[in-house]
Design a protein around this ligand. Sequence first.
Ligand SMILES: [Zn+2]
Length: 439
Amino acid sequence: MSDWTELEDEAVRITRELIRIDTSNYGDGTGPTERPAAEYVLGLLHEVGLDPVSLESQPGRASVIVRIAGADPSRGGLVVHGHLDVVPANAADWSVDPFSAEERDGMIWGRGAVDMKSMVGMVLANLRRIAREGIVPPRDLVFVFFADEEQGGTWGSQWMVREHPELFAGCTEAISEVGGYSVTLPVAGGGTRRAYLLQTAEKGFAWVHLRASGRAGHGSLPNDENAIVRLAEAITRINQHEWPLEYVASVRALFDGVTEITGVSPDDGLEAFLDLLGGGRAFVAGTLRDSANFTRLDAGYKNNVIPSEATAHIDCRFLPGHQDELLDTIRELAGEHVDLIIDQLGISVDAPRDSAFVASMQAAIQAEDPDAALLPYCLSAGTDNKALEALGIHGYGFVPLKLPADLNFAMLFHGVDERVPVDAVRFGARVLRRLLDDC
Ligand SMILES: [Zn+2]
């Protein structure tokens, strides 16, 4: 067996080198592309004798994929994926240069430190180990490094799944962001216990807009069919709607697990219960109900002209199984002179919580952190797992990071001074080693 320290060192080195390659995704086609990062990944893989494929959906929008054949071809393959892009960082807000990957206070600082170049570093270090040592995993492993996750995967995962589904043939499960990190729970009767939150579900999204119509006319004349007023009334109705609280199965499973450890029930006070989750609180708080937030507004073109149309965009997020219910509710609240137009839909994910693979993830965690629990949870945001779900591949968020109890982890995502503990990356590389060799 090779040296584990070598694996850990390589995961840390690759994480830092990736952060230094600015892959900011502005979402409008401007700025850098993923190509330099993809070329860096290709170099790392060629160096150990692998033959990866690089695909560009648009000039520069490169994704990299490579398959390692497993011992049992009759078993479904596992997709291990990460994204190469990051959200932009405004350097003036930061304590360090966001693309310097500085190591300070035991942390690696920089854009992508948690979202998600550290996972890509941990995965690449393991993939290189597998190649160097000629390891044959129990089943096929398909490693993918996607472009464009931060803009919904249009030029990355969505494009790959649509144009090259054959690359994922035979795969049944996947791991990627956002889950696997630890929270520290108070134990009933004293002491604490770490729980790793495995993302087994994610909310879907519906990016829609309302289009109110009315009677155009002169701004000086009476008009009781004003499109802007109709839109404003619809916005008010939708905004005042109280989306019902509902604990879907994955949320219920998390809550039951937390109650078992802490002795505290959400029925004793939901806010205090959520506070127990520390750095994972924000991720969970968004999964207790559907939501609809207005994000854009557009109407009119001149001060003395009443326009015939007015539009408002809504970012809707629905729990697994709630897509139709949410859209029906919005349509009804919008009213008779307001149409609902769906611009983009992202399906929800709800992967099995009891399976041999989940047991493997738990075993890999407990081999490195023996007293820890693994609890499922639902993510309020979306990941590239949505694209794979369309191929029937069950996606999990499993980036194993053993975190300090007081780290506000959720706030680091897309945040200022994004950073990751070096020891957490070392821990994650070891857990992934155990998982990939025994999955
Ligand atoms: Zn991400």
